[in-house]
Design a protein around this ligand. Sequence first.
Ligand code: NDP
Ligand code: 8X3
Length: 253
Amino acid sequence: MLDPATLRVLVTGATSGIGAATARRFALAGAHVVGTGRRADRLIGLRDELGARFHPLEVDVRDNDALVAALAGLPEAFAPFNVVFANAGLALGLEPAHAALLSDWDDMVETNIKGLLYTVRATLPAMVERKEGHVLFTGSVAGDYPYPGGNAYGATKAFVKQFALNLIADVAGTGVRVTNIEPGMVETEFSLVRFHGDAAKSEGVYAGTEAMMAEDIAEQVFFAATLPRRVNINRIQAFATCQSFSPFKVTRG
Ligand code: NDP
Ligand code: 8X3
C-alpha cells in the first residue's frame, strides 16, 4: 500500500458530501489535501477541523482561467499533486426531457463535463511528466443505467465514464492511474441541489432507506488511491444495498 503521507491530493467539490468526506479521509491519514468549492465558509470550516494538512481553495470549476490561476499559487507542501479527485458535480431537475429547464442542462454540462475536463487539463500534464499520479472521477450509476428524469444528468456521467476509460488508454505507459468511482444513492446535499433547495422533496428521496454515506465513497477513493502503483482500478460501481433494478416498463393500450 502507498503511504498516505506521501500523497498530495486535490479534491474538487470538497465543501460537502463525497468531496468533504474524501478530503477528511486523506488528511486524517496524513496526506496534504487541497479542497475546492464555491462556498468559502465551508472550506474554512474544513481547514479549522483538519488543520494545516488541508488547504482551502475557493474556485468555480466552470471557470478555467480562475482554476488554472488558483492551482498555480499553492504552498509547496501541497503541490505537485499525485492524486486528483475530480468530484465536483451536480444534478438539477428530475423532469422529463421535454419539460426540463435548459438552464439546468447548461449548468450540468458546464460543471460535470467542462469543469471536470478543465480539472484534468490543469493537472494531468505535470503527472505525466513526473510519471506519477492518479486521476479519480465521481461518475455515477446514472452513467450506466437510465431512469426517468435522468436525461442530461445521466448523460454527463456517461461522458465521465467514457472519458475515464479513454484517459486510461492515453496515459498508458506513463505510470499515471485513472479510476471512475460510480456510486448509486448516497445521502448528501445532492438531492437538495437537484430539487433547487426543496428540503421536503430531498428528504423524500432518502426516507425509509439506508442510503450509502459520503464516507462509504471516500473509503473507495482512498482504497483505489493507496493500492500499490502496479494496480489500476478502472471502475468501482456501488449501489446502496437497498437499491436494485426495475423491470422494463411497457406502455400498453
Ligand atoms: P453535494 O451536493 O453534497 O456536493 C457537491 C459538491 O460539488 C459541493 O462541494 C459543491 O461545492 C461542488 N460543486 C458543484 N458545482 C461546483 C462548481 N461549479 N464549482 C466548484 N464546485 C462545485 O453532492 P455529492 O457529494 O453527492 O456529489 C459529489 C459528486 O458525486 C457529484 O459529481 C455527483 O454527481 C456525484 N454523485 C452523487 C451521488 C449521490 O447519490 N449523492 C451518486 C453518484 C454520483 P459548492 O456548491 O460549494 O461549489
Ligand atoms: C446520483 C445517483 O441515481 O440519483 O448520481 O442519479 S442517481
